[in-house]
Design a protein around this ligand. Structure first.
Ligand SMILES: Nc1ncnc2c1ncn2[C@@H]1O[C@H](COP(=O)(O)OP(=O)(O)OP(=O)(O)O)[C@@H](O)[C@H]1O
Ligand SMILES: [Mg+2]
Length: 374
């Protein structure tokens, strides 16, 4: 159980990187530096990833995602800033200690996972343990278990070329899981897969994470993937993190026009939840009159049917069944329209500040009484 922290991380490629960092600290942007022949790949990145969290880094090609990830496991030395993991400042370790941390505590899964063609699936999955010097018997046991977790039980003796691309990618995942590393770094790990298999892998990762509770940094340029996987999402643009938040934070209150344009094609009804859009119940609201009661984590798409029914607003409860808010039909339709302006109130997610009159009174709206033919 380990926390990962990035603190004011910078990576500049090219001449006089330290000078470039100073300029960036004083507000210079990428373009200005590029004119001088230096590339500011990552600019002032800070974030914390708690154990059990999936932290997604999202951004267009060239925004600095892979560079950021490579600094997290020490493959790239930051030009400035610190990476702390498990109480250790990785940036201050000797190359030897860093290698030890990297082989024991950190696993990486790439977009195209290169398997050894002359080794069996089992040997491939056990490779990380072999590097660590784990005895054969133990590493095979652990690899068998990791393959099972990755959905490849029964394939241990096969050769890589007998596996589909999706299955080979699972071997990569199994290899990462077998090492017991607390920190999993995944760079576009599912991007080369067919949509259906990709979705399957996302489900598998979410399922695994429920029990394994690793600290995961997942990179993608796919917004829907980011929204499905990320407990928190960082949006990068031109080397800078422009917003960090939950999928709902980003959808409901994008930090700026860039993020707003980025998210415009997301299927909001599947990402937003009742908890994110609910309002405070009005005076005299009685959940007993509601057409349905849902929990806060219910996706908005499941609210359409209940909201289409006559009666007062749909009741929303927390896990213990306590009423925490309501969703009216009007609110439901409104949130599926435009995202709110960046300046809009940001704390709706949990506190349901804007009290909307909820009981639908007489004449409040045209209510059609549909005859059921009885
Ligand atoms: N070793 C390097 N030397 C010089 N410039 C580099 C180096 N590595 C990356 N860059 C530059 O840093 C910037 C960020 O690159 P990075 O690979 O981190 O982007 P990315 O977000 O991962 O992109 P993609 O989605 O295409 O993988 C780019 O402008 C790239 O050209
Ligand atoms: Mg990349």
């Amino acid at each position: 159980m380990s926390t990962l922290q990035a603190e004011d991380l910078y990576k500049v490629f090219g001449r006089r990187p330290d000078e470039a960092v100073e300029k960036l600290r004083h507000g210079a942007d990428r373009e200005e530096l590029r004119a001088g022949g230096t590339t500011a790949a990552v600019i002032d990145a800070s974030f914390t990833v708690e154990p059990g969290q999936i932290f997604v880094v999202m951004g267009l090609s060239g925004s600095g995602k892979s560079t950021l990830l490579r600094m997290l496991n020490g493959l790239l030395e930051p030009t400035a800033g610190h990476v702390r993991f498990d109480g250790q400042d990785l940036t201050a370790l000797s190359p030897r200690d860093l290698r030890a941390v990297r082989s024991k505590k950190i696993s990486m899964v790439f977009q195209h996972f290169a398997l050894f063609p002359h080794r069996s699936v089992l040997e491939n999955a056990a490779y990380g343990l072999e590097v660590q010097g784990v005895p054969r018997k133990e590493r095979e046991q652990r690899a068998v278990e990791a393959l099972r977790l990755a959905g490849l039980a029964g394939w241990e003796k096969s050769w890589p070329d007998e596996l589909s691309g999706g299955m080979q990618q699972r071997v990569g995942l199994a290899r990462a899981l077998a090492t017991d590393a607390d920190l999993l770094l995944m760079d576009e790990s599912f991007s080369a897969l067919d949509p259906l298999i990709r979705r399957d892998m996302q489900d598998q990762l979410l399922e695994l994470q429920k029990t394994l509770k690793k600290t995961i940094v997942f990179i993608t340029h796919d917004l829907n993937e980011a929204m499905r996987l990320g407990d928190r999402i960082a949006v990068m643009r031109d080397g800078r993190i422009v917003q960090i938040g939950s999928a709902e934070d980003i959808l409901v209150t994008p930090a700026n026009d860039y993020v707003a344009s980025f998210i415009q094609d997301v299927d909001r009804s599947r990402v937003l939840t009742a908890g994110a859009i609910m309002a405070a119940p009005g005076k005299g609201y009685d959940p007993a009159d509601a057409p349905a009661t849902v929990t806060e984590d219910t996706p908005v798409i499941e609210l359409f049917t209940p909201c289409s029914k006559d009666g007062v607003a749909v009741a929303v409860t927390d896990e213990s069944g306590k009423l925490t808010g309501v969703v009216t039909r009007e609110r439901l339709l409104a949130v599926l329209g435009e995202p709110m302006k960046p300046t809009a109130q940001t704390s709706m997610t949990k506190t349901a500040k804007d009290a909307v009159p909820t009981p639908r009174g007489e004449g409040d709206e045209p209510v059609k009484k549909v005859s059921t033919g009885a």
